[in-house]
Design a protein around this ligand. Structure first.
Ligand SMILES: [Zn+2]
Length: 395
């Protein structure tokens, strides 16, 4: 049964579907996650609860679930959140990468541009074999055999070929990616983006741009973005950042957000963010809509480490825990229809769960310029449940 707080939260969130699914026969569950601090931003819930799972779905979120369970996870002292959705990774690059990301709590991801029209079929094959939902953004430019950036020669961005790549992989491709920094696109940033939009619009799909150090300024780039498009590496330092020379948020950026353009963190390794940018933008209330890692199989040895580590960086700057988890769950699910029923612990939802531990201590975090900051809290991945089943633990 829902308690009063849950009912109030559900009502506040307008979630009319938070109704317990009846279980057949005796109250026996496949899995109960016991006694954790359940944080589900989709309904504004933050409280100690049991989460009961049957048939791969959430069947109860209650203070004390009664009944036998075939399997139990003791989550006391841990955070129990919806499975994490990472909308900017490169988990499609390696056959074993999706399973690695799953160990970090990532139950859904988008490979953002590892594949262009020339190699998307290989990436798509990896994603089809992934244990969790893996989708891809096709790079507007062919990816193989280039020197410098893939958009330096604009002829590498062939709209017909991109459309063909999408048409061949409609089950996997959920958008188009264009990397616009000077070392990737040179003076072709705007034309590369126009071609990405042309290909995407044929299928009513979003475009994700990788911003930062582009030749064209944001005030020229942003008008080419439509509602639902995504700007990743939002805290990339100048030239051509989201801030002006005085460190103030550019009005065009605020206007783009108002009309539905989404801003994504995109941690990455080099050139994509520094602490000063995060601090200045956050001080003006400009937080990410979504957090993402720009992860690949090597990320555990870089400043990325894992998705919970990236989330911890926003905690350090004072983003509330509920909001941090929202950016990695329900907000991310809203970006792509493939994740429509994910990013939540609502009754009836697929049972994707990230169990994390929020530890207190002194933790060092690194930006893309070897800048170090000390934080007092860090989230660690503890266990992952995918479609109601425990995923193999991290080695
Ligand atoms: Zn990337």
């Amino acid at each position: 049964m829902m308690n009063r707080r849950q009912i109030l939260c559900a009502a506040a969130a307008g979630a009319a579907t938070l109704v317990r699914v009846p279980t057949v026969g005796a109250a026996t569950f496949d899995l109960v996650i016991k006694g954790g601090r359940v944080i589900d931003p989709s309904v504004g819930l933050d409280g100690i609860r049991d989460v009961a799972i049957s048939g791969g779905r959430i069947v109860a979120v209650e203070a004390n679930v009664m009944g036998d369970a075939a399997d139990t996870i003791d989550a006391r002292g841990k955070i129990v959140a919806p499975g994490l959705i990472d909308i900017h990774t490169h988990a499609g690059r390696g056959k074993d990468s999706p399973a690695l990301a799953l160990q970090d709590g990532v139950t859904g991801f988008v490979d953002a541009g590892s594949g262009g029209p020339d190699n998307i079929d290989e990436i798509a094959a990896v994603l089809r074999g992934a244990p969790q939902i893996g989708r891809a953004l096709v790079n507007v430019a062919a990816r193989t055999g280039f020197t410098g950036g893939e958009l330096m020669d604009i002829n590498r961005a062939n709209v017909t070929l991109v459309r063909g790549a999408i048409a061949r992989n409609r089950d996997v491709v959920v958008g188009v990616k264009a990397r616009l920094s000077h070392d990737v696109a040179g003076t072709n940033d705007l034309e590369g983006l126009r071609r990405a939009q042309e290909a995407a619009s044929s299928f009513d799909l979003p475009v994700m741009i990788h911003m930062g150090q582009s030749i064209s300024p944001m005030r020229a780039i942003l008008p080419l973005l439509k509602r639902g498009d995504i700007v990743t590496h939002m805290y990339a330092p100048p030239p051509n950042s989201i801030l002006d020379d005085q460190g103030r948020l550019i009005p065009d950026v605020a206007a783009a957000r108002r009309r539905g353009v989404l801003f994504d963190f995109g941690n990455g390794v080099s050139g994509h963010f520094n602490w000063n940018m995060v601090e200045r933008a956050a001080a003006q209330g400009f937080w990410p809509d979504t957090l993402s890692t720009d992860w690949n199989a090597m990320s555990r040895t870089t400043g990325v480490v894992d998705f919970p580590n990236v989330m911890s960086k926003m905690l350090m700057f004072g983003m509330p825990l509920m909001q941090v988890i929202a950016t990695a769950t329900v907000n991310a699910a809203r970006v792509f229809p493939a994740f429509d029923d994910r990013g939540t612990l609502n009754i009836g939802a697929p049972a994707d769960v990230a169990i994390m531990e929020l530890r207190d201590g002194n933790f060092e975090f690194v930006d893309n310029y070897q800048g170090k900051r000390a934080g007092r809290q860090r989230l660690f991945p503890i266990a992952t449940v995918l479609n109601g089943k425990r995923a193999p633990a991290r080695a």
